[in-house]
Design a binder for this molecule. Structure first.
Ligand code: SER
Length: 582
């Protein structure tokens, strides 16, 4: 059994309900491109909304962190990883949480007690030292010397700049044999394996801290790291998670891992992340903005490193590797199984596109290097490599670094801005992470989304279905299946109907029911698989019924006036409406 199954079995045996992994592209959260932690999809529940599954939850969650993208190539970094987590929503707190973690590590994974050490929050001028956690650890046999008390920089967890937060206790494992008497968190033979956050507060964007209505536990343990630790390897890519992928790359390149680690790790990591992004229900395709740009960058960087290993990049090397990755995950994430063809097609098409220009671009780059005489590569050239040869700027920087040359990235960005309608640098702001505030206006837009969905069905036809949505405090965007451009009459009628429902002051209510009953009752639902067996169904008067996690306004009259600003094509068979509330 692998650690994912052991983890879920253990926490289910302790009264936790397993919840499905949320999609990797968060819905209705424009502040982040990807889901970056197990707790992220649970934010509304950590902030007080009741979870349909109850107060004890566990899961394994797909995560993508882009902050580490450039680091990939070393022994420990990944862009995609899976996070194991268990949560208490106002149920148990520090003591029980620590006891569960301890029992799982020592009894299920059989880690010897002496190989474990912990950090505990040392407190600050407002919050006292966390004696409850320290005592819980001591009563389980962790010696005082194996406890380090650290401050806010280390032992306080908050997702990005704002969100539910609190002090935490982190569990470390000693890699090696002669375990020192005293735990030194600076000694890198001690690796952090698990983080138990005791969420008691909510911090808003301005740094104001308020107490949460209930105290929660949020824990997170990275599958890649714990697997490497248990298998006694210092290089994550040598663990069982990666072994067959690396073996395959070795066979295709006809080169050993040793000496070629960096490129092999990059290929393995980036293709795995690309597989998961391409499989996501959001239907991301390689492009020059947002998630699509990341997908493009990952695939192109993998291709370049394949070329470095002298792999024939026109061969099926990427499909062969992707198939191993798909086989490994398809029983855990059915979207991988369901979208197998889509994944392979995305890789194939992007490769064909890039292979056209890669060779020429690399020649051009060599000429530039020869001319440059160790001087910085000017913005015009970096932009030409991007525009004509499809080199993501990050790839040009990486290539230049291999020759110890700098690139005028700021100049490139300026040029890019001048040349593109929609600047990618704006999107880059989203990479930082952080959660959308579920602000009042975003909540209103969310309810308006349901009304628009219902109105389109009435005006345009019953077979209109939601294909996606995106909300910012300024506007809402709604994608739906429809085979034609809406006529002026259809647009007007849709807008009027939404406004009529707003004026009628319809109550928004929700109830929990089984997924089967919800579907039988005719509730709308975009991605059926995303939902657990017990679901929340939001109803607006008797005009709309949808499976949804909320939050919503209480009554439609809170919405004000609804106006469609634009109706346009999104992709084949999908139309897009942009609308505002005024
Ligand atoms: N949110 C915490 C983390 O990501 C614990 O799950 O480490």
């Amino acid at each position: 059994m692998n650690v994912k199954d052991l983890f879920i079995d253990y926490f289910v045996s302790k009264g936790h309900k397993q919840i499905p992994s949320a999609p990797i592209v968060p819905e209705n959260d424009p502040s982040v491109l990807f889901n970056t932690a197990g707790m992220q999809p649970l934010v509304p529940y950590l902030m007080g909304e009741p979870h349909p599954y109850g107060k004890r939850l566990c899961d394994y969650q797909k995560c993508v962190r882009l902050t580490d993208l450039e680091e990939v190539g070393d022994t420990t970094h990944h862009t995609f990883f899976e996070m194991l987590g268990n949560w208490s929503l106002g149920d148990y707190f520090k003591k029980e949480s620590i006891e569960y973690s301890f029992e799982f590590l020592t009894k299920v994974l059989n880690i010897p007690l002496e190989k474990l050490a912990v950090t505990v929050y040392k407190g600050d001028d407002k919050i006292p030292r966390d004696e409850v956690s320290a005592n819980a650890w001591k009563s389980l046999g962790i010696k005082e010397e194996k406890i380090a008390y650290l401050g806010k920089e280390d032992n306080f967890w908050i997702p990005g700049d704002s969100g539910p937060c609190g002090g935490d206790t982190e569990i470390f494992y000693f890699r090696g044999d002669n375990v020192p008497e005293k735990f030194d968190p600076e000694d890198d033979r001690w690796v952090e394996i698990w983080n138990n956050v005791f969420m008691e507060f909510y911090q808003d964007e301005n740094g104001n801290v308020t107490e949460l209505p209930r105290k929660n536990v949020d824990t997170g343990m990275g599958v890649e790291r714990i697997t490497a630790v248990l298998e006694g390897v210092n290089d994550n890519y040598q663990s069982s998670i990666w072994q067959d992928v690396i073996n395959k790359i070795e066979a295709i390149a006809n080169l050993p891992y040793k000496g070629n680690e960096k490129s092999m790790r990059i290929i393995a990591d980036h293709l795995r992340t690309a597989v998961f992004i391409a499989a996501d229900p959001a239907g991301i395709k390689p492009s020059n903005t947002d998630q699509g740009y990341i997908l493009r960058r990952l695939i192109r960087r993998a291709i370049r490193h394949a070329k470095k290993l002298n792999i024939d990049i026109n061969s099926n090397w990427d499909t062969e590797i992707a198939l191993i990755i798909i086989a490994k995950y398809e029983n855990y994430y059915h979207e991988i199984k369901d979208n197998k063809e889509v994944i392979l097609e995305v890789l194939q098409k992007e490769k064909t596109k890039f292979n056209h220009t890669l060779e020429k671009g690399l020649k051009e780059f060599s000429k530039v290097i020869a001319r440059q005489n160790n001087e910085q590569i000017p913005a015009e050239i970096a932009f030409r490599l991007y525009d004509t040869y499809g080199f993501p700027i990050e790839m040009t920087v990486e290539l230049a670094q291999e020759h110890n040359i700098m690139v005028d990235v700021a100049g490139f960005k300026q040029k890019f801005k001048e040349h593109q309608e929609k600047s990618r640098t704006a999107a880059a702001g989203k990479f930082k992470g952080g959660l959308s505030g579920n602000s009042e206006i975003e909540t209103k837009y969310h309810t308006a989304t349901h009304l628009l969905n219902a109105a389109l069905k009435e005006v345009v036809g019953k077979d209109v279905h939601q294909k996606g949505s995106n909300i910012t405090p300024e506007r809402m965007r709604f994608d739906f299946s429809c085979d034609h451009k809406l006529t002026e009459e259809e647009k007007k009628a849709t807008e009027n109907l939404v406004n009529k429902w707003i004026e009628e002051g319809l109550d928004v209510t929700h109830e929990e029911m089984t997924k089967d009953n919800a579907l039988a009752s005719g509730a709308e639902c975009m991605f059926i698989d995303k939902y657990p067996d017990i679901v929340t169904v939001y109803s607006i008067g008797n005009v709309s019924k949808e499976l949804c996690g909320g939050p919503h306004v209480k009554n439609t009259k809170e919405l004000g006036h609804f106006r469609i600003k634009k109706e346009e094509a999104s992709s084949a068979g999908v139309r897009r409406i942009k609308a505002v509330l005024e």
